[in-house]
Design a protein around this ligand. Structure first.
Ligand SMILES: [Zn+2]
Length: 309
């Protein structure tokens, strides 16, 4: 599981940072990629990665500000032009209004897609668990921005223990249907009367990962709830230390507030994005240094950077 950042800038693109988008790559887990936000130019960034647009099966939108959604019509249209590739449906999750934005853009531009889009819109009253599959559950909660904006908590379900085939062979279990039974947790008795207890040959289940991806927000308790025990928290850092007042006025956070959220939530790792173009590279290292005085495992991400989870 990896996160690849496609756009890490705030508000408008700069030479170094495009506007918001990131890809949660779940290729080993479910052979899918989930996109979070889709600022203008996201499709160009994707061209610089190994991500195949067809693999993008779900798009989660945090809020309807342009720097988070203006890349959608372009991306959706280009996704249709993949010769020799099977056209797979797409799910879009986001605040009420996202469907009308997408359908209007496609209609007035005369764009017809050869695949279906299923929209899942929500508002203040329909948040909570927004998606459950056999391997993942996704929750959304309202944050505190200048318009309705949410954060997402992606929870991987616990992973089953694995069967120790070598140990089974050593115990004299013949390869075949018995392996399957033991893997399913069934105890078996061999022909010679030996009892094989399944639990002795299956490793303990491993806890699934928790990934928290927040939209734009002031510091709020909802962020902490979404990030409880998260393996990774992706938090905006539009402003730096000392800018708390201006951050509040504009509906954003500072690096210090992001670090406080990570600490309060007991998150393991903090990745700062949504970085203002005002920050030069020496300011970026300062952003990290200052935040690290509150939460040590912090990193300011760059466009195209890939982070293993
Ligand atoms: Zn915004």
């Amino acid at each position: 599981m990896d996160i690849q950042f496609l756009g890490t800038g705030a508000g408008q693109p700069s030479k170094a940072r495009n506007v918001s988008s990131l890809a949660l790559k779940l290729l080993d887990e479910i052979n899918e990629v989930w996109l979070f936000d889709c600022g203008e130019g996201t499709q160009n960034r994707i061209l610089e990665t190994t991500i195949r647009p067809r693999k993008i099966s779900k798009i989660f939108i945090t809020h309807l500000h342009g720097d988070h959604i203006f890349g959608l019509p372009g991306f959706l249209s280009s996704r249709a032009f993949q010769a020799n590739e099977e056209q797979t449906d797409l799910e879009i999750y986001g605040p009420q209004g996202i469907k009308s934005f997408v359908l209007t853009s496609l209609r007035v531009s005369g764009s017809r897609l050869p695949y279906k889009i299923h929209f899942h819109e929500f508002d203040q009253d329909s948040l909570g668990k927004i998606l459950e599959t056999d391997k993942f559950t996704v929750y959304a909660e309202e944050l505190d921005h200048t318009i309705f904006c949410v954060g997402y908590r992606v929870m991987q379900k616990d992973l089953e223990g694995t069967l120790d085939a070598e140990k089974l062979k050593a115990a004299g279990v013949p390869f075949g249907p018995l392996f399957g039974k033991i893997k399913n947790g069934q105890d078996v008795i061999l022909e010679d009367g030996t009892e094989i207890k399944a639990a002795d040959y299956i490793s303990a289940p491993r806890p699934g990962k928790i990934i928290t991806i927040l939209g734009d927000t002031r510091k709020t308790d909802a962020s902490v709830r979404l990030a409880v025990n998260a393996d990774v928290l992706v938090h905006e850092s539009t402003y730096g230390k000392g800018d708390e007042k201006i951050a509040r006025n504009h509906g954003h956070s500072t690096n210090m507030q992001a670090a406080q959220v990570a600490t309060e939530a007991g998150a393991k790792r903090l990745l700062l994005n949504h970085i203002s173009a005002r920050f030069l590279s020496k300011d970026i290292s300062q952003l990290k240094k200052d935040a690290a005085t509150i939460f040590e495992n912090v990193h300011v991400v760059k466009d195209l950077e890939e982070v293993k989870i």
